[in-house]
Design a protein around this ligand. Structure first.
Ligand SMILES: Cc1cc2nc3c(=O)[nH]c(=O)nc-3n(C[C@H](O)[C@H](O)[C@H](O)COP(=O)(O)O)c2cc1C
Length: 368
């Protein structure tokens, strides 16, 4: 690839709590084990924030042998991934993504704190008690993910009242483009109301008026290249969270079969599935989604009881999401769910994380 610089305007650094991001990019947490130590450390080494996704991290680890060990194994697996990430990136900003809808949310936050995570980003629900669980380490920045101004206001008011602490930043996730679980119902999908174009300026104006811009707004969903980042800044964001862009990197922690599925994906290969968490999820078309969407049989046996409310475990509908996501991470796409944002089809070749950062920093158009 040619890397001739086009002398793009430098991207500004971003302060989140006590941490200075030299590049205002957070790598979105991707479970199960899609963003673990390798991807998180590579992004941190480039000056962004690397996030280890904590959900069901233990499933493919040496710590998980039987269902009854699951919760303990998850704690050990997170400790391991943190140690490995720190070895690769001793000085980078490394944090975790913890999902509120997961039964061991509190344990994952407390383990992140014990591992001295620089940041904790929380999605799939409003993390109302996060400051309480993270109290032992005030220097860990806390970033809730929201999909509306209303949610941001409610959470901030509650944290200030109960914990005298405000969020260090908000991540807004656009359900129209993001991957994984989406923060709106199926019938609200693809509407203007929850788009980045509508909500990011509202959040930015609120942060500026009420908090003197001290709660930076980070936007997520559909951010691929420098053009998208410049657009996010025009809307009022101070940074971006990018996930799908890092899927076809050598450093991404998934099996090669998972990555190759993107290299052969075509227009129209992104579908919406109903997750057992009761939310729509955006995924790549695979043999698994073909079976699921045509009403065929998929794995339903709940082994680890990961979700607080689970349609598979409690209502015997949908599918076992931990099994499906773990299968794809391990390379089994017949039985595996592959989450992705709408940009899935833009991957054309494997890249190093460094190449992606160079391309963005130099303002080069992406090859795809
Ligand atoms: C494979 C995959 C797994 C994901 N897993 C999680 C997760 O465990 N927790 C979470 O909060 N968000 C998860 N997400 C959402 C991302 O962190 C991110 O916010 C979103 O995908 C951004 O959109 P983009 O993929 O277009 O960049 C996942 C996304 C993908 C593509």
């Amino acid at each position: 690839m040619t890397t001739k610089s086009t002398h793009a305007k430098p991207l500004p650094s971003l302060q989140i709590g006590e941490h200075t991001l030299s590049v205002p990019i957070i790598q979105g947490g991707m479970g199960v084990r899609i963003s673990a130590h390798s991807l998180a450390a590579a992004v941190a080494n480039e000056g962004g924030v690397g996030l280890i996704a904590t959900v069901a991290l233990s499933l493919a680890s040496k710590h998980y042998k039987k269902s009854k060990d699951y919760y303990k194994a998850n704690i050990k697996a997170l400790e391991d991934e943190f140690d490995l990430a720190r070895k690769i990136s001793p000085n980078g900003i490394i944090g975790t993504n913890c999902m509120v809808a997961i039964r061991d949310f509190e344990a994952m936050v407390k383990t992140s704190i014990a591992c001295e995570a620089d940041m904790i980003v929380c999605g799939a629900g409003l993390p109302l008690r996060l400051p309480e669980y993270a109290a032992a380490r005030p220097q860990t920045a806390l970033l809730p993910i929201v999909s509306s101004l209303r949610a941001a206001k409610l959470l901030t008011k509650r944290w200030i009242k109960l914990y005298k602490r405000r969020p260090d930043a908000f991540v807004f996730e656009d359900p129209n483009t993001a991957g994984g679980h989406l923060g709106v119902s199926r019938d609200q999908l693809f509407g203007e109301e929850h788009s980045a174009e509508q909500v990011v300026p509202q959040l930015a104006e609120w942060s500026q008026k009420e908090y003197n811009d001290e709660i930076p707004i980070i936007t997520a969903g559909g951010v691929w290249d420098r053009k998208d980042i410049d657009h996010a800044f025009d809307l009022g964001a101070k940074g971006v969270q990018m996930a799908s862009r890092f899927l076809c990197t050598y450093e991404c922690d998934a099996h090669d079969n998972f990555k190759n599925a993107f290299l052969t994906a075509k227009q129209g290969d992104v579908v919406i599935v109903d997750s057992p968490a009761g939310l729509p999820g955006r995924a790549l078309k695979t043999p698994f989604t073909n079976t699921l969407l045509s009403g065929g049989e998929v794995a339903m046996k709940c082994t680890i009881t990961c979700l607080e409310h689970c349609l598979c475990r409690d209502d015997e509908t949908t599918f076992c999401i931990a099994t499906a996501l773990n299968n794809s991470q391990q390379g089994n796409l017949k039985d595996g769910l592959v989450f992705t944002g709408t940009n899935a089809v833009r991957h054309t070749r494997m890249m190093h994380v460094k190449e992606i950062f160079d391309e963005i920093l130099n303002g080069l158009p992406s090859e795809n």
